[in-house]
Design a protein around this ligand. Structure first.
Ligand SMILES: [Zn+2]
Length: 238
């Protein structure tokens, strides 16, 4: 691109930003020209857990005695009203699927150096119900999987699992009831793709863990050689 043209484009960019300021997805302050999605401050300020380097971390322990996982970790921990929660909200409800790509690509740079994660041969996102995915236009977990796939060099099987029922609203149920509610809902679509394969199962957040537990069981029942779990964030009160 010619220098003159790139100067013009940069000026046009500034002009557009004046009218429609691009905002940081975490703190909602205007972004500088060289910043993308997140401002510099938030980028360094978001609370990374480092859990992928700690096999006995809070997320992994959350699944002990429930389902056999090789390892489990989340990039961030979040409390209510936090910057991470705003980021997740934008990813799920404000039509910003590119946040999933970005955080996946970023987390992949860490996970590819960590053995239980990097030895996976297929990245499988938790599926949304098809109607919900249609309404939203994308599955945020699949976008996260795509980002991870890019920097880890591992194939993403975004249709490997399917969700076959509606679940009733979960808000008034305890953990046991939620589990009953979600149990039969996930199914492996192509067992040949899963059998004898190490799977990295991914989702946006871990709260109760019952969805991830159900998906991991479906994968193990279909003959997966092992399942590791990675999510963007975990609830601070897990
Ligand atoms: Zn910010």
């Amino acid at each position: 691109m010619g220098r003159f043209r790139s100067v013009l484009l940069a000026q046009a960019d500034d002009l557009i930003s004046l009218v429609y300021p691009r905002l940081c997805l975490a703190c909602r302050q205007p972004l500088l020209r060289n910043e993308k999605h997140l401002c510099m401050l938030c980028r360094y300020d978001l609370p990374e857990t480092g859990y992928h380097e700690d096999t006995g971390n809070r997320v992994a322990r959350h699944f002990w005695g429930r389902v056999r996982l090789e390892a489990a970790a989340s990039l961030y921990s979040f409390g209510s009203g936090s910057k991470v929660q705003k980021l997740i909200h934008a990813l799920k409800y404000e039509n910003r699927p590119e946040i999933g790509d970005m955080l996946g690509a970023y987390y992949g740079l860490q996970l590819r150096k960590s053995a239980p994660y990097s030895s996976a041969r297929l990245i499988v996102p938790v599926p949304l119900h098809p109607l919900k995915e249609h309404r939203r236009g994308y599955n945020q977990a699949a976008r996260f999987a795509r980002g991870l796939s890019e920097t880890m060099g591992i194939r993403a099987g975004t249709r490997a699992l399917e969700r076959i029922n509606f679940t009733e609203t979960q808000t008034r149920k305890n953990r046991q009831q939620r589990w009953e509610n979600v149990r039969s809902v996930f199914r492996v679509k192509d067992a040949g793709q899963i059998r004898d394969t190490r799977i990295l199962l991914v989702d946006d957040v871990v709260t109760t863990g019952s969805t991830l537990e159900a998906c991991a069981r479906a994968l193990l029942d279909a003959g997966a050689r092992g399942v590791t779990v990675a999510t963007i964030a975990c609830a601070a009160h897990l």
